[in-house]
Structures are given as structure tokens and as C-alpha cells.
Design a protein around this ligand. Structure first.
Ligand code: ZN
Length: 178
């Protein structure tokens, strides 16, 4: 069942189990896997039955209601049930926390957009989002690749007509008549 904290957090596929506050006053959210798709092998799609081991991952996320939070997702590593599948085992992943990712997808997007769309420098965006600048440089590159066309538009020859020369002349009478 989906509880209020899970709804507030809004991380699809992850369920909030409990929230504690650490010594520094930062909320620590314990997460569990909340979608069945996460236990299907990413290679062959079969639903796994046997747990190999449990691991804990701590992805960084955006603030919640303006407060930094720490996430702690206890997840499983499964054996793939298909004997012929090259993927012998796999860890659970959801869209917001892909395998091996140290950031949530939404934090990654926010940091990339801050640079690409809001004109932040990489250093500023890294500081604002509490992540290292190489991470922001990476996400900016990915973001830019996603939004820019593969080939830039060819530059047409710039003519002299396109450069304004001299002072603009305002016709006040014409404006008053309209
Ligand atoms: Zn498989």
C-alpha cells in the first residue's frame, strides 16, 4: 500500500518505509522496492525468484519541501531464472534510480537543466545541487545532446545588410498617429 511519505517523495517504484532524523537534523528516508518490474531481468525480461544478496544504495536526491534529505534504498540482487541468459544476476533498478547511479534521475535532470537552460555555470549548478562539478559536467553534456539537433544548422553567408549602421531614426509623428 502506498503511504503518505511515499506520495510526498514521488519517486516512482520506490516506497518509503520510515523517516528518521540524523544527528545533523537531516531526514533519512528508508526505501524499499515498490514495483514488481524491478525484479525482472533487464536482459531477458523474466521475473526472478531467487535473491542473491541484499545491498544498500544511497542516491542523492533533490530537496523535499526545501529540505535536504538522505535516501537509503535497501534492494536485492537477483539471480536471473533463465539458464541461457548471459546476465547471471542483476540488481533492482527503477527509472529514478538506474543501476550504479549515485544520483536520482530528477536530480541529474535538474542539475543539467540549470546549466543548459537557466544559464548557470557548472560550478554554480554543482554547488546549488550539492553534487561535484564533474557530475554536473557529465549531465550537462547528456542534457545538451538530448536537446540539441545532431547537426547544427548550416550558417548562411552573412551579408552587410544584416548589420545596422548608424543610429536608429525614430519617427515620433508616425507613432502618435497610430
Ligand atoms: Zn535474464
Amino acid at each position: 500500500m502506498v503511504n503518505d511519505t511515499t506520495r510526498l517523495l514521488g519517486l516512482d517504484g520506490l516506497a518509503a518505509e520510515r523517516v528518521e532524523v540524523d544527528a545533523a537534523g537531516v531526514p533519512v528516508v528508508d526505501l524499499s522496492t515498490g514495483c514488481d518490474q524491478a525484479r525482472c531481468c533487464p536482459q531477458c525480461g523474466q521475473r526472478a525468484l531467487r535473491v542473491k544478496q541484499w545491498t544498500t544504495t544511497r542516491p542523492q536526491d533533490l530537496p523535499v519541501s526545501g529540505r535536504s534529505v538522505r535516501l537509503r534504498w535497501r534492494k536485492r540482487r537477483w539471480y536471473c531464472p533463465t539458464p541461457a541468459c548471459p546476465r547471471k544476476s542483476f540488481t533492482e533498478q527503477v527509472a529514478q534510480v538506474p543501476a550504479r547511479s549515485r544520483l536520482t534521475t530528477r536530480l541529474r535532470q535538474a542539475a543539467g537543466a540549470a546549466v543548459a537552460d537557466a544559464g548557470r555555470t557548472i560550478v554554480q549548478a554543482a554547488w546549488d545541487h550539492g553534487v561535484s562539478w564533474p557530475v554536473v559536467a557529465d549531465v550537462f553534456t547528456a542534457h545538451a545532446k538530448a536537446v540539441l539537433p545532431d547537426e547544427p544548422e548550416p550558417v548562411t553567408v552573412l551579408g552587410i545588410d544584416e548589420v545596422r549602421r548608424g543610429k536608429p531614426h525614430w519617427n515620433w509623428d508616425a507613432q502618435a498617429d497610430s
